[in-house]
Design a protein. Structure first.
Length: 287
């Protein structure tokens, strides 16, 4: 049930958000089968890879796919009700604490009351909980992640003096981009050893062209040119271009081209600016 509609936006309680329309995802290797098998065994999954390589799209696709076989179930009233796999995504940042995930007491006019955080909601309803860029979060979050990601599947809520057994469907999925992290801000070994890792990278040229054509709605020729350009730019990585251009930015360039922006200009604003910014950044960090 949605909580309401404001303006043209639909509002969901976070545990009620599910992916409704099938997301477009082009499998690159065996990641779909691996995730399905891991999910069936409730093995936590770590998605590793650079920015804009399809990690978020993949989780959304998997949540949709895993929810689909159970989509129509008969409720007690005999009506057909929909069941979908709830997906709770948390973008982790350096100020994110264990309380932000688990919940906290809030004060209002009626006094204090407890509010569940996103992780607690996911554990209770049996959702897939996706912690994006988990190493960014404060270290106290490992206290929650560890008992949830081994055989115990327990969430301790210290402030309530409770321990919650995760509902059957619950699975913790985290993302991690090793390129960004300094050694100081890396995952602890004991955390890493609780997940299988599915690695993402920018797709091979043919597949990337297919993705660009689908996402951007540009011509097949334009998508092949963009994918070829992406490949070339990535080969210049050693020349100060950080991670190279992401599939996301190639899609943006394709979208501009599909709307009539000349190819050169579209690539300048979507791709070339990266190299200038990276060069300036590198020069500044050397000073
Ligand atoms: N295999 C794929 N199938 C379909 N679309 C893809 C695929 N890979 C990348 N994309 C496209 O690239 C875009 C960026 O992907 P996404 O947002 O999932 O990246 P990400 O890895 O989560 O990046 P970040 O680490 O910055 O969050 C998507 O919106 C989609 O258009
Ligand atoms: Mg993402």
């Amino acid at each position: 049930m949605t909580q309401g509609i404001e303006g043209s936006a639909t509002i969901y309680a976070s545990e009620e958000y599910a992916v409704h329309d099938e997301p477009y995802y082009l499998p690159i290797a065996d990641e779909v089968e691996l995730f399905e098998t891991a999910y069936a065994q409730r093995i936590p999954v770590l998605l590793k890879g650079p920015t804009g390589a399809g990690k978020t799209r993949f989780v959304e696709y998997m949540a949709y796919k895993l929810g689909r076989p159970m989509m129509k179930v008969s409720s007690k009233t005999g009506q057909e009700a929909e069941h979908r796999m709830p997906l709770i995504t948390v973008a982790c940042h350096e100020d994110l604490t264990a309380s932000d995930l688990v919940g906290r007491y809030l004060l209002d006019t009626d006094g204090t009351h407890w509010t569940d955080g996103p992780l607690t909601r996911a554990v209770k309803v049996g959702a897939i909980c996706y912690l994006d860029e988990v190493v960014e979060a404060r270290k106290d979050t490992t206290v929650l992640i560890h008992p949830l990601t081994d055989y115990r599947r327990l969430l301790p809520i210290e402030k309530l003096g409770q321990v919650i057994e995760a509902a059957d469907g619950f699975l913790l999925v985290i993302s991690y981009n090793p390129g960004y992290q300094s050694a100081l801000k890396d995952l602890k070994h004991s955390t890493r050893q609780r997940f299988i890792a599915i690695e993402f990278d920018y797709p091979p040229r043919e597949q990337e062209a297919e993705i660009i054509a689908h996402e951007a709605g540009c011509s097949r020729e334009a998508s092949i040119d963009l994918a070829r350009l992406g490949e070339k730019v990535r080969n210049l990585k050693e020349h100060g271009l950080g991670e190279g251009v992401s599939t996301r930015l190639l899609v943006y360039a394709g979208k501009l081209m599909a709307q009539g922006v000349p190819a050169r200009r579209a690539c300048q604003v979507a791709i070339t600016w990266l190299s200038r910014t990276t060069r300036k950044y590198n020069a500044a960090s050397r000073k």
